[in-house]
Design a protein around this ligand. Structure first.
Ligand code: UN1
Length: 486
C-alpha cells in the first residue's frame, strides 16, 4: 500500500501541513462562532485554527440537508473513489494524525487502512441494501480514531442514502475536514455531507434534539451516550435509532498454561499501544498465581523496552496522550495509587509535551477499578485456579462488555470462558485491540454500546427504514381507507 520512498518524502516535508485553518463545511452560508487554536499534543506547538460552529450553523445544515438519492451503485462507486483518494493523500493524513492526534506512524498506518476498509465494506453493503434511508443522520465521532471511526460512521450513513451532519471530536477537526474534502471531491453532494466542528456543550443539543434528525451514530463515553439518548427522546420521532459505541473496563485472563512470551507481548500491545487510548484497551490483567511472578517480571522488562516520544519517529512505541488535562488526570490517578503503595512499575515520561509514562498498578481485582482510566495504565491482579468462575463473575458485574482477552493452552477453556463472559469482542491467545472490518467487527454489550457491530453484516440495516407496506390494499384492488398506514 505504501511506498518507502513516499514515506521518506513526507518525512522530509515535516512538519506538514501546518498551520491550517478549519471552518464548518456547510451547504449554505457559514455563520461561525469563536476561533480556537489547535495544538500538537507532543510538543504543545500551535498547529492551526478552528472556526467553531454555532447553533445557527447547525440550523443551516439541518435546513439544507437532503438524503443522497443517487442509485446505490453510484453511492458505492463514490465511496470506493473516496477510499482511493484517502490512499493517495496518505502523506497529509499521516502528518495530521501525528500532529493533531499524536498517533504513532504504525497507528496512523492502521488507522488509514481501517478507514479505507470501512469505505470499501460499506460500499459493497450499499449494493445489497434493499431498504430506504432514514433521512438525516448526526454522526458524532471520537478523537482517538479521528479518521477511522469518523469515516466509518459517515460511510455507513451515506452508503444507505442518508444525509449526514458530522460533528468531529473537539481536538481533531483538521483530520475530519480533510476527510470531508476528499469525500466531496469523490462525488458526495454537499447537501448529503456537512461538517460541524465545535463543542458538544454548544452544538450537541441542536444536533441531537431536533425532530428533523432521523438517527444518531455516536462513539464516546457512556455518560455522553446517556445524555444523547435523553435529548433524542425529548425531540425525535419514537424509534429514532441511537447507534452507540461507548466505554469499557476490559480484562484479560492469563492462566498457568499460557505461553509467557506470547502473553507478555500481547499484554503490552493491549495495554500500552496508542498510549492506552482505545476503548478496547486492556485495563485489568488477571494472572494465575503460580505464574504471576514470572509474568510480572517479564512484563516489567518488556515495559522498560518501550520507547516514548515523538510519534513521528519510527522507533516510537508510545506517543503522547491527547491533551494536558488528560495527562494531568491520568498522572494524578497513578500518583494516588503510588501513595497507597500499589504502584508496581512506572517508566519515565519525556518532560515536554503531554506524555504519560506507562505504569503497572496492583489491584485485588476488577472491582477495585472505579472507572475507565483512558491512558497507559494497567492494573494487575492474581487469581487461584478455583476462583476463575468468580473472576469471570466480577468482570461481568462491571456492567461493561467491550473486549475480553484470554491466554491459555487448554482448548476447552477458550469456549467455556467465551460462553461465560459478556463482552462484544473476545480474543484468545492474541492481543485484544485492533478489530478488523469485515472479519472481526467491533461493538460492545451492556454499558459498552448498543450494537450492531461496526464493520459487521448487520450494521447498515440500522441506518435504514424497513420498507413495509405503505397501504393495505383489498384483494379486489380497492383501498381500505380506514387501514391506510400514515
Ligand atoms: C475505540 O477505541 O473508541 O479494536 C473503539 C480496536 C478499535 C477500537 C475502537 N477498533 O482496538
Amino acid at each position: 500500500l505504501f511506498d518507502v520512498t513516499e514515506l521518506q518524502r513526507i518525512d522530509a516535508a515535516r512538519p506538514a501541513p501546518a498551520p491550517w485553518r478549519v471552518a464548518p463545511i456547510l451547504a449554505g452560508p457559514v455563520a461561525g462562532d469563536a476561533v480556537e487554536a489547535a495544538h500538537n499534543p507532543a510538543t504543545g506547538e500551535k498547529i492551526g485554527d478552528v472556526v467553531l460552529s454555532s447553533v445557527a450553523d447547525v440550523e443551516t445544515a439541518l435546513a439544507s440537508a437532503a438524503p443522497w438519492d443517487a442509485p446505490a451503485e453510484t453511492r458505492a462507486e463514490v465511496l470506493n473513489r473516496t477510499a482511493d483518494l484517502y490512499e493517495r493523500n496518505f502523506g497529509t493524513l499521516f502528518a495530521l494524525l501525528a500532529t493533531e492526534a499524536g498517533k504513532t506512524l504504525p497507528d496512523a498506518v492502521a488507522e488509514l487502512r481501517e478507514a479505507v476498509d470501512f469505505l470499501h465494506y460499506y460500499a459493497a453493503g450499499a449494493r445489497g441494501q434493499a431498504h430506504g434511508p432514514r433521512g438525516i443522520f448526526t454522526c458524532i465521532s471520537p478523537w482517538n480514531f479521528p479518521l477511522a471511526i469518523f469515516t466509518g460512521q459517515i460511510a455507513a450513513a451515506l452508503a444507505t442514502g442518508n444525509a449526514v451532519l458530522a460533528k468531529p471530536a473537539e481536538t481533531t477537526p483538521a483530520i475530519a475536514a480533510w476527510g470531508v474534502r476528499l469525500m466531496h471531491e469523490a462525488g458526495v453532494p454537499r447537501t448529503a455531507l456537512q461538517l460541524l466542528p465545535g463543542h458538544g456543550s454548544v452544538i450537541g443539543a441542536a444536533l441531537t434534539s431536533d425532530a428533523r434528525v432521523n438517527g444518531v451514530a455516536f462513539t464516546g463515553s457512556t455518560a455522553t451516550a446517556r445524555h444523547i439518548q435523553r435529548a433524542m427522546a425529548g425531540a425525535c420521532e419514537p424509534g429514532t435509532p441511537l447507534i452507540a459505541e461507548t466505554g469499557g473496563l476490559n480484562a484479560m485472563v492469563v492462566d498457568s498454561t499460557a505461553l509467557p512470551e506470547q502473553a507478555v507481548r500481547d499484554i503490552v500491545a493491549s495495554a500500552f499501544q496508542s498510549a492506552g487510548q482505545r476503548c478496547s484497551a486492556l485495563r485489568c490483567l488477571y494472572v494465575q498465581e503460580d505464574v504471576a511472578g514470572t509474568i510480572r517480571e517479564m512484563l516489567i522488562g518488556a515495559m522498560d523496552e518501550l520507547a516514548l516520544g515523538d510519534p513521528w519517529e519510527l522507533a516510537t512505541d508510545v506517543g503522547p496522550v491527547i491533551t494536558p488535562a488528560a495527562r494531568d488526570g491520568i498522572a494524578a490517578y497513578v500518583d494516588a495509587a503510588e501513595a497507597e503503595g500499589r504502584l508496581i512499575h512506572r517508566l519515565a515520561a519525556p518532560p515536554q509535551g503531554t506524555f504519560v509514562a506507562p505504569s503497572l498498578i496492583s489491584v485485588g481485582g476488577i472491582r477495585d477499578l472505579e472507572r475507565e482510566v483512558f491512558g497507559p495504565v494497567l492494573h494487575l491482579a492474581t487469581f487461584r485456579a478455583r476462583d476463575l468462575a468468580q473472576v469471570i463473575a466480577d468482570v461481568n458485574a462491571t456492567g461493561y462488555g467491550l473486549t475480553f482477552g484470554l491466554h491459555t493452552r487448554i482448548d476447552d477453556r477458550v469456549q467455556q470462558i467465551a460462553d461465560a463472559v459478556q463482552a462484544g469482542n473476545i480474543y484468545a491467545n492474541r492481543n485484544q485491540i485492533g478489530a478488523v472490518v469485515g472479519s472481526q467487527p467491533f461493538g460492545g454489550e451492556g454499558l459498552s454500546g448498543t450494537g450492531p457491530k461496526a464493520g459487521g453484516p448487520h450494521y447498515l440495516a440500522r441506518f435504514t427504514r424497513a420498507p413495509g407496506p405503505r397501504a393495505n390494499i383489498r384483494p379486489e384492488g380497492k383501498a381500505d381507507t380506514a387501514r391506510i398506514a400514515a
